[in-house]
Design a protein around this ligand. Structure first.
Ligand code: PEP
Length: 252
């Protein structure tokens, strides 16, 4: 939908190096600057590379973000980084509730909600990930699971704050597997997500809802064409300049 912000976000996960930053970011920058009516592009490298990525993006329209922040404000939390630090370092976005964080680091909906509140309090955009497992989809629970995650993650969010929330629907079975939801299935879930947001008192029809899960150059356009899909969250394909650029170009 032309009224909503179209976004293509790169989640590098725990991949990359200075060398990748130097090689990939300038190429993406140049290609994105040539787009008419292109999406808001967001690059989320491992936090250690933020400064280098930012330096490559001076005076560019591309935003940067981190893949996680702590649920605490500051203090004795060895190894963690705070939302306020992400803001201080020049980020506009923070990814939160990614399925890898939920599965591997035990992040509950309550933890996700606490992080969302820190992110908003720091003046940043929270990119909130939701999505069902294959087992949950096969047993017909996909929508219920996603709705429960939305309700949990957005528990303290007001309608005014929702302008700083982006939802990323990422079916867990599609992440890093090469399996993508069909554009039709993704569209149906995106519509359900909007209805749920409205049910929570949030402006669901004005909020960007991204699809993530094995988005590649050859399936991006079909997904992005759907009326309720406002762009993508890209993992594996964001590490290859050519692929990531092609995906950015698929947003019109
Ligand atoms: C992700 O991790 O957010 C993701 C969508 O990964 P991939 O594109 O590799 O499936």
């Amino acid at each position: 939908d032309g009224m909503r912000r179209q976004i293509v976000a790169a989640n590098w996960k725990m991949n990359g190096s200075s060398e990748l930053v130097q090689q990939l970011v300038p190429a993406v920058r140049e290609a994105v600057s040539a787009l008419d009516n292109g999406p808001q592009v967001v690059i989320m490298p491992p936090s250690l590379y933020l400064g280098e990525v930012k330096a490559q993006l001076a005076d560019s329209s591309i935003s940067i973000g981190v893949q996680n922040v702590a649920q605490w404000q500051s203090g004795a939390y060895t190894g963690e980084i705070a939302a306020a630090m992400a803001a201080d370092a020049g980020c506009q976005y923070v990814l939160v509730g990614h399925s890898e964080r939920r599965e591997l680091f035990g992040e509950t909906d309550e933890v996700v909600a606490a992080k969302v509140s820190r992110i908003l309090a720091s003046g940043l955009q929270a990119m909130v990930c939701v999505g069902e497992t294959l087992e949950e989809r096969d047993s017909g629970d996909a929508e219920a699971v996603v709705c429960r995650q939305l309700e949990g993650a957005l528990a303290g969010v007001s309608a005014d704050e929702a302008v700083n929330i982006v939802i990323a629907y990422e079916p867990v079975w599609a992440i890093g597997t090469g399996k993508t939801a069909t554009a039709e299935d993704a569209q149906a879930m995106h519509q359900a997500i909007r209805d749920k947001l409205v049910g929570l008192g949030l402006p669901g029809n004005a909020m960007s809802v991204l699809y993530g899960g094995s988005v590649k150059p050859d399936n991006a356009a079909a997904l992005f064409m759907k009326p309720d899909i406002d762009g993508g969250l890209i993992g594996g394909a964001s590490l290859k300049a050519e692929d990531f650029i092609a995906i950015c170009q698929a947003v019109s």
